[in-house]
Ligand binder design. Structure first.
Ligand SMILES: Cc1ncc(COP(=O)(O)O)c(C=O)c1O
Length: 366
């Protein structure tokens, strides 16, 4: 190491406190931590996608405008292609929104919610401001509007249905925010295929609305990283200034088109995931000491009287990976993704055993 070089002297001071997002892999564990589609990818679609990996799709740079994919998305969502931008997962689009509009300003985040809004706000050099949800996890519209109308507020994030709480905002709530603020309102609808109010009808009425969607959840493409946003063409023209020209690789663009073309096959899976979700919810209600929260998504938030760290660790030892939450906003809370029927059974049985063991060992509840 050079005597004169110290990397700590070069890092932006506002990044000092940022803890990188770590997604650990636990080989062999049942993965109920990331809200993915748990089913096997339909074989006929996999074959069609696999056959694409040849020729110019591989040797040439991708279409930087993702024209054909945007057309397919526009048709799926009932909007025009000029209202669509595709990204390398919706994560990339969140960062691009914040790099375009957020840097140096305030970004309002309706907590508890998806952690990447705060992380990307910090990366973009914006100031994340939490606007707490009510105790039933609905958004507090008057409070949100008063936070939003402070100077230098650039972007507001509303996740609906919300991760990790599983509830959706109503169109009336979203519309009420949209017409009372002069900042951009990003409504993240990553889980819309499972339920919740669709905000697309508001798009033509409110030029400050951005809707985020993804192929990672219902459409099972998390590994290929395809997200998209719907917004007014003027807003997208500004965001294009910061977008990497070749952000979405050709293979993923083509794969997402194949998925949309065959979406009937996923609709069956979505129905089954919703059936399983309702069953897991009912089973959680029956386990002593567990409080689950109603969900319109493919995951369920729940709480026990023990520390979420302890429950998480004990479940992992039994081969089940879920998401631990906690902190002052969600003390004792955890989130479980809906898996296959067999995975859900393993999870509910493991949770029952863990809680019995904790009670028997006399371990104090929190
Ligand atoms: C609310 C929400 N938005 C966005 C994402 C990121 O999705 P993508 O895979 O498209 O980056 C997630 C992933 O968990 C999410 O829960």
């Amino acid at each position: 190491m050079s005597d004169i070089f110290n990397v700590a002297n070069l890092i932006r001071s506002d990044l000092e406190k940022l803890i990188p997002y770590d997604a650990y892999l636990y080989p062999g564990a049942i993965r109920l931590d990331a809200n993915e589609n748990p089913f096997n990818f339909p074989e006929e679609i996999a074959r069609e996608i696999g056959n694409l990996a040849a020729g110019e799709l591989v040797t040439r740079y991708p279409d930087s405008d993702a024209k054909e994919l945007r057309q397919a998305i526009a048709q799926y969502c009932g909007v025009s292609p000029e209202q669509v931008m595709a990204g390398n997962g919706s994560d990339e689009l969140i960062l691009n929104i914040l790099l375009t509009f957020g840097t140096g300003g305030r970004v309002i985040i309706t907590n508890p919610t998806f952690s990447m809004y705060r992380i990307h706000a910090m990366i973009a050099g914006a100031r994340p401001i939490p606007s707490p949800r009510r105790s039933d996890f609905s958004i507090d519209v008057p409070a949100l509007v008063s936070y939003a109308n402070k100077p230098e507020t650039r972007v507001i994030f509303i996740c609906s249905p919300n991760n990790p709480t599983g509830n959706s905002s109503t169109l009336e709530e979203i519309e009420s925010v949209l017409h009372q603020v002069n900042s951009l309102v990003v409504v993240d609808q990553a889980y819309l295929e499972f339920g919740g109010a669709d905000c697309t009808p508001l798009l033509n009425k409110y030029p400050n609305l951005i809707i985020l969607r993804t192929f990672s959840k219902a459409f099972a493409l998390a590994g290929l990283r395809v997200g998209y946003m719907l917004a007014h063409p003027d807003v997208l023209r500004q965001i294009k200034k910061v977008k990497q020209p070749f952000n979405l690789n050709s293979f993923s663009q083509a794969a997402a088109r194949v998925v949309l073309k065959n979406r009937g096959l996923f609709e069956e899976q979505i129905k089954e995931i919703k059936r399983q979700r309702d069953q897991v919810y009912r089973q959680l209600l029956e386990i002593e000491g567990v409080t689950p929260y109603p969900s319109v998504t493919n995951y369920i938030l729940f709480r026990t009287n023990y520390s979420s760290k302890v429950i998480y660790k004990e479940l992992l030892e039994k081969g089940v990976l879920i998401r631990k939450l906690g902190g002052p906003e969600l003390p004792g809370f955890l989130r479980v993704s809906v898996g296959t029927q067999e995975e859900n059974k393993t999870f509910t049985e493991a949770l029952t055993t863990v809680l019995e063991q904790l009670r028997r060992s006399g371990q104090d509840a929190k």
